[in-house]
Design a protein around this ligand. Structure first.
Ligand code: AMP
Length: 346
């Protein structure tokens, strides 16, 4: 592999921003490509502001970097095809395709022997009625693509009335009666070495992650299972980079909710908890460098600062053990992730 000096990042949000900072610490430069506002542009070497349909801008971007990565899953296929003809994309296209589509994702996970919620393909209204009959209520209807933070999801309650198909290909998922939600942030290097961070306990509200706590407080057998599941997924995909694997804890064991082929909000605690955090681990992996030491050395609670929770900043600035990360975004709209704080145990 040629020496990597420059990394292209598709997407200019907070994940791209924190990836750029991590890359800069390793002496690498980042070029961010983002059609809209780009908090990552403030800290990257270069920023291209152009739509994903701009062939000339995509070419220039690819020519200027040694490897291309992404901070979100929904980059259009046509852009990826063009970029990949010029520079390698890591994590690979197959991993991206699997995680972009909830139906493909669940089929893949079952295919490698992992449990998911029971699910049914719902290509149209007629199939929705049949799917509800088969899966039963309560259930959750999710669009196959473009869903995140609970968007594109409809809860189908017990005893509720008729349900309208959301107008896009969807999957119906049986409702999982879980006792906890955890996630594993796992890294796989270009040499195939796998390293996982400690599983974190996640609390969501309104479909959005609010807090991640490590250690997660589950028995060692379960956390080992969680790490083995994450390892099985990245090996099966011949993956290079960091992945977030979200799991439901149930009486019947661990059920995979979804995988994210990128650094993940539930891995932000690693910035305060580990010598090498998820952002640096991702950069190391895609740059072909040796993975770092991701062992946890302190207990951490990560809290997202969403919308007007940004008003807590003065208090957090003065709080012992609080490591604050602000994303440099504009207005604090409801539901918008403005920053996070890692609270380390004294
Ligand atoms: P997702 O966008 O698929 O990660 O879903 C967002 C959140 O909705 C999850 O973190 C869970 O809290 C909840 N959720 C999603 N799918 C299910 C399911 N099949 N059963 C129960 N809760 C779910």
């Amino acid at each position: 592999m040629t020496e990597i000096r420059s990394i292209g990042i598709l997407g200019g949000g907070q994940l791209g921003r924190m990836l750029s900072v991590a890359a800069s610490r390793l002496g690498l430069r980042c070029h961010v490509y983002e059609p809209g506002a780009a908090p990552a542009g403030d800290v990257a070497h270069a920023l291209t502001t152009a739509p994903y349909e701009d062939v000339a801008a995509l070419r220039q971007f690819a020519d200027s970097v040694d490897v291309i990565t992404y901070e979100f899953e929904n980059v259009p296929t046509s852009a990826l095809d063009l970029l990949e003809s010029i520079r390698p994309i890591r994590p690979n296209r197959h991993a991206l395709a699997v995680s972009q589509d909830r139906l493909t994702e669940k089929t893949f996970l079952n295919g490698i022997g992992l449990l998911t919620a029971p699910f049914a393909d719902v290509p149209d209204q007629a199939d929705l009625d049949a799917a509800i009959d088969r899966i039963g209520r309560p259930a959750i209807l999710k669009t196959r693509r473009m869903g995140y933070d609970g968007k594109g999801q409809v809860r189908i309650e017990d005893g509720g009335g008729p349900v309208e198909w959301p107008g896009a290909p969807s999957v119906l998922e049986g409702f999982v009666d879980f006792s906890a939600e955890i996630s594993v942030i796992v890294a796989r290097g270009a040499d195939g070495r796998v390293a996982a961070f400690d599983p974190g306990l996640n609390v969501h509200r309104g479909g959005i992650l609010r807090t991640t706590t490590v250690p997660c407080g589950l028995p060692a057998g379960l956390t080992t299972d969680a790490v083995l599941i994450a390892g099985r997924i990245v090996n099966a995909l011949d993956y290079v980079g960091v992945m977030g694997v979200e799991l439901f804890v149930t009486g019947a064991g661990l059920i995979v909710n979804e995988i994210a082929p990128r650094v993940h909000n539930s891995g932000h605690w690693t910035q305060a908890g580990c010598a090498v955090d998820q952002f640096e681990q991702h950069i190391r992996a895609i740059a072909g460098l040796t993975l770092g030491d991701g062992r946890r050395h302190v207990d951490v609670v990560m809290e997202n600062l969403i919308g007007d929770e940004i008003d807590r900043v003065p208090e957090l600035l003065a709080m012992p053990g609080a490591q604050l990360h602000l994303y440099g975004k504009g207005a604090a709209r409801p539901g918008r992730k403005m920053g996070h704080v890692n609270l380390i145990a004294p």
